[in-house]
Design a protein. Structure first.
Length: 126
């Protein structure tokens, strides 16, 4: 049987391992799931979602901008990424034109029923 001090150390160790694993996964997904695909853009869409939390009489809201492109093969999204040092995704999104074919460098997983789409790292007109 362990005393409370040993149990606290075990719980702290489990929390640290979980946190390190989550951060490692956050770093590894963009690095190890990269791919290049050639797709024709059919349509693009930009929309915002607002999430509010009411906390003790006050409210805190955050707004997220989502940018999606619909292609002949899959849906892709434009997002900034700290790990890959990708910035300016909104500007990149505005330069993509429907009807043109692009070679996209992407990362992530495409799971539409979870609203998870692969993210664009870079692109060039083919």
């Amino acid at each position: 049987m362990t005393d409370n001090g040993e149990m606290d150390i075990i719980i702290a160790a489990i929390c640290i391992i979980t946190l390190v694993s989550a951060v490692g996964l956050w770093i590894c997904i963009p690095l190890f799931t990269q791919d290049s695909v050639i797709l024709t853009v059919n349509q693009k869409e930009s929309y915002t979602t607002t999430t509010c939390d009411s906390d003790k009489g006050g409210s805190s809201c955050s707004t997220d901008l989502h940018t999606l492109i619909y292609t002949n093969g899959e849906i892709l999204q434009f997002t900034d990424n700290l790990v890959l040092w990708v910035w300016g995704s909104q500007t990149s999104f505005s330069h993509v034109e429907p009807g043109k074919t692009y070679k996209f460098k992407v990362y992530g997983y495409n799971i539409p029923w979870l609203n998870w789409y692969r993210s664009v790292i870079s692109y060039e007109v083919v």
